[in-house]
Structure formats: structure tokens, C-alpha cells
Design a protein around this ligand. Structure first.
Ligand SMILES: NC(=O)c1ccc[n+]([C@@H]2O[C@H](COP(=O)([O-])OP(=O)(O)OC[C@H]3O[C@@H](n4cnc5c(N)ncnc54)[C@H](O)[C@@H]3O)[C@@H](O)[C@H]2O)c1
Length: 327
């Protein structure tokens, strides 16, 4: 592991990024960040979980180009294009998708990542894999540091995602070692914010939408299991730092502030002035009990610090969901 301080360039003018999954929640926010830094962004998406409206927003930038395509089947013809960065972000990430489209998830993280790594190799581009805290499974150590190798059930309901992301990390490191591809890995922890799907099944959109409708808020288990939530623009700042780093080993990216699920529900009810009550349902199998990133590694080489307060992030995300209802 290197401990070289990360130097952030003033501008990315003249650079081209190829972003797989550009129509998604995190990827579209990241594309916008790089377009605002003057880069050219070529996006690809098949809209399995992403949204055309995100691509419409990005299309307002003259430096954005888009191809509708399934990345585990093929990539656009980029023969004459200089590509500086290949960002592998195309994967459904929500637990509701794990039961519905497990094979699509496994194929995009394996065959899709392979195609993207081959593109990075061919173009001599830097490659970034969007991995996940799910590689730690139901962790036995707390908080999770990057050198923790995980506690994952290979045949459980989340395994299509957890194991295919572990495979994607392994393949990324193999391309690095075998072909000297310049690779980076981010392990993203729970992220929320505008552009999430309201019916995405993750805790923040669930609770906000139940609170906005004054419906019961459904907490699974006793609600004492913990999560930490990172606002999407903070995550984008973290990913940018890792992309600009010189270290191919994984970096945790997230916000280490930890809340129980019960506290999360209570804060959302309070911030949104909702009349919702909390109700308790049985805990699903393999639901992690504690999740909190240790971000010491990223902070030791950069100035990264989450800056959006949870209450503010909840307000902005709720505004986004309200705007969808009124559309
Ligand atoms: N949001 C989080 O909390 C979180 C946490 C950990 C990791 N991640 C990772 O970050 C990335 C983005 O996650 P997100 O939450 O924004 O999800 P998302 O579903 O909003 O974005 C993923 C995008 O990839 C596209 N996609 C999926 N399969 C594809 C395929 N075969 N070909 C082309 N496009 C395809 C989807 O249509 C979608 O637009 C994913 O790799 C995910 O695993 C996200």
C-alpha cells in the first residue's frame, strides 16, 4: 500500500471518461461531476435499473455522448476514441433486485467487468471498479477496514451480488498483476440521495416514502442493527480522490456516522414532520447487523471528509421524491 498524498487536478479538460451504467443513481451524479470539470464523458446503459431522465439531464452537456447497450454483451465501437478512464459502475445494487435479476447482476459484474477491463487494457486507460461494502458480508469485525476479508454466504439471497462483486475485484487485481492495467477499486458503503429509485427497496427511500405518505415505517428485526449513510455528492468526492490516487488496492468510500435502523426511522419522521408510526417485521436472512466504513485509509492520503449532514441529505432526497410524485 502506498501512502502518497492524492493530488487533485484543477480541471479534467481534454480527458475522456467511459462510464458504464451512466443512467444510474451514483453513476449519473458522477458523470455530471466530471462533465462540470470539463471532461468528455461517454456513457453506456441498458436501463435495467437506471433511468432515461438521468441521461436526458446529462445530454444537456455538449461533452456527453450516450450509447444504449448491455455491457456484458458488447461495448460501442470506440476505435478512434482516446479514453483516459474506464469506470465500471454498471450493476443493479438494490436488495430487491437480488431476487428478481440475479443472473443479470452476476453477468454484469463478471462478463461486463471483463469487457471493461479489456477496453482499459486496449486504451491504456485507468480503470475503476465500483465495488461494495457487501464484499465484507455480515462482518465479524467493526468498523470494516480494507484488510478485512469478509464473512460472506456464497449461496445466500445476497450472494449473486456479494460474490460477483468479489469476483469483479479479483478480476480487476488480476488485470493489474497480469497486464499491468492501471486499476483502482472503491468499496462503496450505503449511499443515498436524489436520483435513487423511490421503490428501490433500500432503507432510506423506503422510510422517506413511507414518511411522506404518513404510512407505517417498516423496521425489520428489533431495529438495533446499524447502518451508515453517505450522501451521494460526498461519495462522488471520495470516488474522485480514489480515481486520482496511485494505489490499486481497495479503498472504503462512505460516511462513518452510524445510526441504528430505529434511529434512522425516528430522524426521518422528525425531519419530514411525518405522522408515521414505526412497526416491526421479522429480519430477512443474511441482513448485516452492523455496517460502518473505516475510511482512515482514504483520509490518510486525502482531505476527504463527508460534508452533508444526515438531516440535510434527508430533506433534499425527500424533495426529489416529492418532485417525482408531482410530475
Ligand atoms: N448506491 C449504493 O449505496 C451503492 C453501494 C455499493 C456499491 N454501489 C455500486 O455503485 C454502482 C452504481 O450503483 P447505484 O446505486 O447507482 O445503482 P443504479 O442501479 O442506479 O445504477 C446502475 C446502472 O447500471 C445500469 N446497468 C446495469 N446492468 C447493466 C448492463 N448489463 N449494461 C448496461 N448498463 C447496466 C443500470 O441500468 C443502472 O443505470 C453499482 O456498481 C453498485 O454496485 C452502490
Amino acid at each position: 500500500m502506498t501512502s502518497k498524498k492524492i493530488l487533485l487536478p484543477e480541471t479534467l479538460e481534454g480527458k475522456t471518461l467511459f462510464v458504464a451504467g451512466a443512467g444510474g443513481f451514483v453513476p449519473s451524479t458522477l458523470c455530471e461531476f466530471y462533465l462540470n470539470k470539463g471532461a468528455k464523458v461517454i456513457g453506456v446503459d441498458n436501463f435495467i435499473t437506471g433511468s432515461r431522465s438521468n441521461i436526458d439531464l446529462l445530454s444537456a452537456y455538449k461533452n456527453f455522448e450516450f450509447y444504449e447497450m448491455n455491457v456484458f454483451e458488447k461495448l460501442p465501437n470506440l476505435k478512434d476514441e482516446k479514453i483516459d478512464y474506464v469506470l465500471s459502475l454498471a450493476s443493479p445494487a438494490s436488495p430487491i433486485d437480488f431476487a428478481k435479476i440475479p443472473l443479470e447482476i452476476m453477468r454484469v459484474n463478471s462478463e461486463g467487468t471483463l469487457k471493461l477491463l479489456e477496453l482499459a487494457k486496449e486504451k491504456k486507460a485507468r480503470f475503476l471498479e465500483a465495488s461494495t461494502s457487501e464484499v465484507y458480508g455480515d462482518p465479524e469485525i467493526h468498523p470494516q477496514r480494507e484488510d478485512y476479508v469478509g464473512h460472506v454466504n456464497p449461496i445466500g439471497p445476497r450472494s449473486c451480488y456479494d460474490e460477483s462483486k468479489r469476483f469483479a475485484e479479483a478480476m480487476t487485481m488480476s488485470f493489474h498483476h497480469r497486464y499491468n492495467v492501471d486499476t483502482r477499486i472503491v468499496r462503496i458503503f450505503n449511499t443515498y440521495g436524489p436520483r435513487m429509485r423511490p421503490n428501490d427497496g433500500r432503507v432510506i427511500p423506503n422510510f422517506i416514502n413511507q414518511a411522506l405518505k404518513n404510512e407505517d415505517i417498516t423496521v425489520y428485526g428489533d431495529g438495533l442493527q446499524t447502518r451508515s449513510y453517505c450522501y451521494v455528492t460526498d461519495l462522488v468526492e471520495a470516488i474522485h480522490r480514489v480515481l486520482m490516487s496511485e494505489d490499486p488496492t481497495p479503498f472504503n468510500c462512505g460516511n462513518p456516522d452510524e445510526y441504528t435502523i430505529k434511529e434512522t426511522a425516528e430522524i426521518i419522521i422528525k425531519v419530514l414532520g411525518s405522522k408515521s408510526k414505526i412497526v416491526y417485521l421479522p429480519l430477512p436472512k443474511d441482513d448485516p447487523k452492523r455496517r460502518r466504513p473505516d475510511i482512515t485509509k482514504l483520509q490518510s492520503v486525502s482531505d476527504f471528509k463527508p460534508s452533508v449532514a444526515f438531516e440535510d441529505g434527508i430533506r433534499t432526497t425527500a424533495e426529489y421524491f416529492k418532485s417525482l410524485i408531482s410530475e
